[in-house]
Design a protein around this ligand. Structure first.
Ligand code: SF4
Ligand code: SF4
Length: 95
């Protein structure tokens, strides 16, 4: 399933989506993210899942715009470290 973490406010929608069917639980996004946005845990949506999955840490879910700001300079959107690190392509950003 596609797990959405984030929020919307007057300035936009700030969601990170992790496709739990693509995520292998490898942890590469955890080490790639300078802000510590991710952690790998037992799949919260499927107790019978064989592998762990990445989730957005609770403390970042209501401030992603700010957590991710250093990776998204105004006016440009370079390859994001988390997206680049995820070989299965499980991570998407809404902004
Ligand atoms: S954009 Fe940067 S700060 Fe945000 S989750 Fe990805 S690597 Fe972490
Ligand atoms: S890098 Fe991708 S596959 Fe690996 S744990 Fe993170 S989201 Fe899952």
């Amino acid at each position: 399933m596609k797990a959405n973490y984030g929020y919307k406010d007057g300035s936009g929608e700030f969601f990170i989506t992790i496709d739990t069917e693509k995520c292998t639980g490898c942890g590469d996004c955890v080490s790639a993210c300078p802000a510590g946005v991710f952690e790998v845990v037992a799949d919260p949506f499927d107790p019978l899942a064989e592998n762990d999955v990445a989730v957005v840490r609770e403390e970042h879910r209501n401030k992603l715009k700010y957590s991710c700001a250093p990776c998204k300079p105004l006016g440009s959107r370079p390859p994001l470290p988390c997206v680049a690190a995820c070989k299965p392509g499980a991570i998407e950003h809404s902004w």
